[in-house]
Design a protein around this ligand. Structure first.
Ligand SMILES: Nc1ncnc2c1ncn2[C@@H]1O[C@H](COP(=O)(O)OP(=O)(O)OP(=O)(O)O)[C@@H](O)[C@H]1O
Length: 648
């Protein structure tokens, strides 16, 4: 009841959250998915899940380093056995010391048991060292293996999956899984160790007197209860506050972000953000204080309960001694075994709890692995024709996921003759970029077919299809690496070839851009690193074109290649593109600069995802349709008279 009330209260957004974010942000880091599992955090549920959790840790460990995993397991088992032997030796030593006869004889009698204890201590220390070393080797490897698999799977999924909100959320949540996998090894090891020493202590206690085992359990229950209660509160609080925490990080990030820096200084946004950062931090601190208060209260209750249980245990031992049902030596061993056992049980509960918490994140990671495998770009397929004559879109319809009044491409049929310059023209949002993304195999049509001569791209080998495409997208990636890599990344599968690099830079007209860089091609193009350099938008655009030229795909797709270029550079780039077509290269060009389309062999005009007209630029101009209208509008801007300034 209290739990529910707390959660509801903390879900109220703070004033800052309300103002800056319009209310609480509901992105829940995927917690909902495992909320049920965790909230069922009863002792029984945890015990039930323990074997599965331990075997998951072991599987991870074996995947990462089989030998180290074996060492850890053997060392921890050995330590448990050593503990049992040590308790038995204590019993025997105490029995000898407290028996009858002269003290010298008793001491002499205890020597073998003491020697065993010393040997066991030594073995225990050696095993502990072996386990520490092997765990230290194992943990980073587990994290690396899990991370690699995460990155590999994430990079291999379809573009549509990356853009899918639900999948992205899974990607976000699962990124914590690798670190959790690492910690699972640590907690898994501790659980095994605690379990074995508990079994040792419990076994010895049962041998000493059957009453002692339930007493041990009674002594440990309070701390188990307090650990579980606090873990559950922490979890609920984290779940409720995760949004708030993210928003706080967002604000602090904004204060130091270069892109925000000019406005922060000019508009005085700094103090505004700081004020809200403080307000949000204070709400988070209040929540931490609430948790600390509750944890302190729970701890006190548990301590009182443990105290009573301890009194009961020792009273029972006293009773047994008085009644003559137990010798003093056995009682002494029992005290030691009770202490060792309750310490093991305490840590067992704590570690299982931690293991369980980490397992939730590893569960997210495993869900991601499975989903990513399902959404991976299929391997293999029909080979494409060696030298196709044309690519034909046949009644292609494609809509992006989510709400939309119309599909981005709507029953589109058109032909792209290869070895020519084909221009795609149309107003914003008419579907040009979507068309080329389908052409490149980044998306697949919802309906209709894309045929490379007779071969349907849907059944074709996607890797081979991508091999043929070189694309300069509108928002191509500005890699935070050197200029050389920014060009050569066009074909990273081959070693960087200087000649090919120079040719690509020349084809893109980017020689001057490179010459102006302080270290030429070796200049780092990332301002936030020391020695880093930033390029202007137009300079980047030339590097983007150089990258596509370096790739040497048989179909070059250029989406708005001149948007950031000055008039002279624009002319130059179109000259280069025209020259490329002379070499038999297919160029698919998207541009709003209709004057530059003059040299295209074929123009397709799109409107609202449909083809409205096709032809050579001259034909389209003569026809007087949409192309002619757009062309006329642009031409007018240059011929219209600039109004003369008003006199006076
Ligand atoms: N990744 C995406 N997710 C959802 N909808 C998208 C996405 N990309 C484009 N759209 C939508 O698809 C439609 C076609 O967009 P597209 O980018 O293909 O047009 P375009 O002709 O290239 O436009 P522009 O001239 O502005 O570049 C638009 O309505 C747009 O809102």
């Amino acid at each position: 009841m209290g739990k529910k009330g707390d959660a509801t209260r903390t879900e109220q957004p703070s004033d800052s959250e309300r103002l800056l974010f319009g209310g609480p942000l509901r992105y829940d880091m995927g917690w909902n998915q495992h909320a049920d599992a965790f909230l069922e955090l009863t002792f029984r549920a945890m015990v039930r899940r323990l074997p599965a959790l331990l075997s998951a840790s072991l599987r991870l460990a074996r995947q990462a380093d089989r030998r180290a995993a074996r060492i850890v397991l053997a060392a921890e088992t050995g330590r448990g056995v050593a503990q049992a032997v040590s308790l038995l030796a204590v019993n025997s030593a105490l029995g000898g010391l407290m028996g009858g006869g002269p003290i010298e004889d008793r001491l002499r009698g205890a020597v073998p048991a003491l020697a065993v204890m010393a040997a066991v201590l030594l073995v225990g220390a050696l095993l502990r060292a072996a386990s520490t070393y092997a765990t230290g080797r194992l943990e980073p490897k587990v994290e690396r293996v899990a991370t690699e698999l995460y990155l590999e799977r994430a990079a291999a999924v379809e573009l549509a999956a990356i853009e899918d909100h639900a999948f992205h959320k899974l990607l976000d949540t699962a990124q914590y899984g690798a670190a959790s996998a690492r910690r699972m090894i640590m907690y898994g090891t501790r659980v095994v160790n605690a379990m074995i020493s508990l079994i040792a202590a419990a076994g010895v206690l049962t041998v000493l007197h059957p009453l002692l085992l339930p007493l041990l359990v009674t002594m440990t229950l309070p701390s188990a209860w307090s650990a579980l209660t606090n873990a559950r509160r922490r979890y609920e609080s984290f779940h409720t506050w995760v949004q708030h925490a993210r928003a706080g990080h967002l604000i602090s990030g904004l204060l130091t972000e270069p892109a925000a820096a000019p406005e922060i200084r000019l508009h005085g946004v700094g103090p505004f953000l700081l004020r809200h950062f403080r307000a949000m931090s204070e709400s988070a601190e209040a929540e931490q204080a609430r948790l600390a208060r509750l944890a302190a209260r729970t701890g006190l209750i548990a301590a009182a309960w443990t105290g009573l249980a301890a009194v009961a245990t020792y009273a029972t031992l006293g009773g047994l001694l008085l009644a003559g049902a137990m010798s003093l030596a056995v009682a002494g061993t029992a005290v030691i075994a009770v202490r060792t056992g309750s310490a093991s049980l305490d840590s067992l509960v704590l570690e299982v709890n931690q293991l369980h918490e980490e397992a939730l994140f590893v569960g997210d990671l495993e869900r991601l692995y499975a989903e990513a495998a399902e959404r991976a770009i299929p391997a293999g397929g029909t080979p494409l024709p060696e030298d196709p004559r044309e690519i034909r879109f046949e009644n292609v319809t494609f809509g992006y996921p989510g709400e939309s009044t119309r599909p981005a491409l709507d029953d589109l049929t058109l032909t792209l003759p290869l070895g020519r310059i084909i221009a795609l023209v149309g107003e914003n949002g008419s579907g040009k970029t979507t068309l080329v993304k389908l052409l490149a195999g980044l998306y697949t049509p919802d309906r209709g077919r894309i045929l490379w001569d007779g071969v349907d791209a849907a059944t074709a080998d996607r890797r081979l299809l991508a091999e043929r495409i070189a694309m300069v997208a509108q928002d191509f990636k500005r890699w935070p690496f050197t200029a050389r890599v920014n060009v050569a990344v066009g074909r990273p599968s081959v070693p960087v070839a200087e000649e090919r690099l120079a040719a690509a830079v020349e084809e893109a007209g980017a020689e001057e851009v490179i010459a102006d860089l302080p270290r030429g091609l070796d200049t780092l193009l990332a301002r936030h690193f020391s020695g880093g350099h930033e390029l202007s938008g137009g300079q980047w655009q030339r590097l983007g074109i150089a990258r596509a030229a370096y790739r040497r795909g048989s179909i070059l797709i250029v989406d708005e290649p001149t948007a950031a270029l000055d008039a002279r550079a624009e002319l130059e780039v179109f000259e280069k593109i025209r020259a490329l077509a002379g070499t038999g290269q297919t160029v698919v060009l998207i541009t709003h600069r209709l004057a530059s389309v003059r040299h295209a062999d074929l123009v397709h005009v799109l409107e609202q995802g449909r083809l409205v007209e096709s032809g050579t630029p001259e034909e389209l101009l003569a026809k007087g349709g949409l192309y002619a209208e757009l062309y006329g509008l642009q031409a007018e801007q240059f011929t219209a008279r600039v109004p003369a300034p008003k006199a006076g």
